[in-house]
Design a protein around this ligand. Structure first.
Ligand code: IYR
Length: 235
């Protein structure tokens, strides 16, 4: 605790101090209405594997990343890097390696049970969307922060933080009328090399973003109902 010359105790533990919360009040009725609307809208989000090659302006991707980067994170470290790729040569390089690895996965690395679980999605090792989608957004997690001095500083709850940022990014993509896929080519280490990332960063998710292809189809999935995913304990 610090003391001003007046002798009044003040708190200066946090570098930026505190500011009033920016908060727009809402009535209970409006809150309920919005929650219904939000659910209806979110329920229309689908993972898409058939993309149009129609371009998406860089400014849109910038704002989606800004939005995702408002995610809460352990000790506000924001331990993520979004690498947005539209360069066709880099996309082709990513596709080339991803397909080599995925082919091994589908042909002998994935156990039968896993292949069966994937059957409804009709996926295989071919990943044309890695070249067709106008943007590949590769999300990296920073297990440690590298300071300009070269020193390293620990990050906290990195997986949770980056997972939340990824979810917010996917919601943002949906909100602006685009589609995405959460893709995890396995193993993902090659993305660090192709995208020239420093050693403190590890690939977390690869997210193709764009418009859906004309006639795009998605598997006829059913989502779990509320009782299957939630428990309420009330008085
Ligand atoms: N990474 C592979 C396999 C795959 C795994 C899961 I779990 C999926 O939900 C979907 C695919 C691929 O991308 O094909």
């Amino acid at each position: 605790m610090n003391h001003h010359e007046s002798g009044e105790p003040t708190h200066h533990q946090r570098p930026d101090g505190f500011i009033p919360l920016v908060y727009t009040p809402v009535t209970p009725e409006e809150c309920l209405r919005r929650s219904e609307q939000l659910y209806r809208r979110m329920d229309q989000r689908r993972s898409v594997r058939q993309f149009s090659d129609r371009p998406v302006a860089r400014g849109v991707i910038e704002n989606l990343i800004r939005a995702a980067s408002t995610a809460p994170s352990g000790a506000h470290k924001q331990p993520w890097t979004f690498v947005a790729v539209s360069d066709p040569k880099i996309k082709a390089a990513i596709r080339r390696v991803a397909e080599v690895e995925e082919r091994k996965n589908y042909e002998h690395r994935m156990p039968e049970e896993w292949l069966e679980a994937l059957e409804p999605f009709g996926t295989d090792w071919h990943k044309p969307f890695l070249e067709i989608a106008p943007w590949l957004v590769v999300l990296f997690q920073q297990n440690v922060e590298r300071l300009p001095s070269g020193q390293q500083r620990k990050n906290y709850y990195v997986t949770e933080s980056v997972g939340i940022a990824a979810g917010m990014f996917l919601s943002a993509v949906h909100e602006v009328g685009l589609v995405a896929l959460t893709h995890t080519p396995s193993p993902m280490g090659f993305l660090s090399e192709i995208l020239d990332r420093p050693p403190n960063e590890k690939p977390f998710l690869l997210i193709p973003v764009g418009y859906p292809a004309k006639g795009c189809e998605v598997p006829d999935l059913k989502r779990k109902n509320l009782a299957e995913v939630a428990v309420f304990l009330e008085e």
